[in-house]
Design a protein around this ligand. Sequence first.
Ligand code: KG4
Ligand code: ZN
Length: 347
Amino acid sequence: MQTRLFVRRRLFALIVLGIETSCDDTALALLEYGEGFRVMGGVLSSQISDHAPFGGVVPELASRKHQENILPLLRALLSKTGTEPRGVDLIAVTAGPGLMGSLLVGVMTAKALAQAWRVPVIGVNHLEGHIFANMLAHPKLEPPFICLIVSGGHTELVLSRGTGEYELLGATRDDAAGEAYDKAAKLLGLGYPGGPVIEKLARDGNAGAFDFPIGLGNSRIAEFSFSGLKTSLRTAVQRLPADELPIADICASFQRAVTESLTRKVKLAVKNTGVSKITVSGGVAANTSLRETLAGEGSRRGWEVYLPPREYCTDNAEMIAAAGASAYSRGARSDMRLTPNPSWELW
Ligand code: KG4
Ligand code: ZN
């Protein structure tokens, strides 16, 4: 093991297997880390159709599906990339935050592979993974930067002063932005996950049709709130006849409120920190309204705005491999005592 790592390091390349099972996607990827990150290949099995009938993720079902999927996906990844197990130098696995049962499948598999292949394993924070999704597409991106993390479980503004250094600027007081999309879609009978379907329907709607509230919109604190928006949406829907709901207008107005709320707090974070390099991460970063609004604000205000390609916004293993490779190269280590931490905080 030591010899192989030594030889690879001399060639400035580390082949990293990334494993992500924190929620409802089983994902594995191989990445080469040398001068920068080079994705060799990735595989992903989404459980959307398994959870859709329940309107959200069912934890027990998620872990069972991860167990079924993980080894077939590993075989598919090795064959797709033409990689032998002996070609892998490091295993990076999401160890938290996330669902305990789901995390366990990834962590136990990673540890078993690490022992069988005699390579090191490193536990990665899922949120740091989301931040590293930006580095996959923008290899020259360096701190300091502000990260807006917007996913199904998280809405946070984080300041990264140095690689691997994070300071929380503010978070949501209630629902996460993705959760707000999911709850809105459920209320409108649009299925799960809510973000993509609301975005699609919003294209034909009038974003000014409903005056939905911007949570904590005028507050000078970089915190978010989406519960008032959810209540306001429910009230609007209840007032209208069920068969005459202007779904497209509702979706467009809802999306405008979420985008506006996120953008206002990014502006505030830039003002408070003096840092005008912005990265956006997590499933909601795939949203076109948010991408275009932040990019537009960026060009007007002279910010540098970095957005990952859409496939790296939602959960994936490439971002976990990248964060793990970077942490490993900075000296971070895990061992066989690695256990999942469902509420692992990054800051
Ligand atoms: O990062 P992610 O895949 O999983 C978590 O770590 O939570 O994010 C999933 C969330 C879901 O709430 C989903 O509705 C939202 O991201 N999402 C979107 C879009 N695509 C996914 N929200 C708005 N617009 C989208 N296009
Ligand atoms: Zn995520």
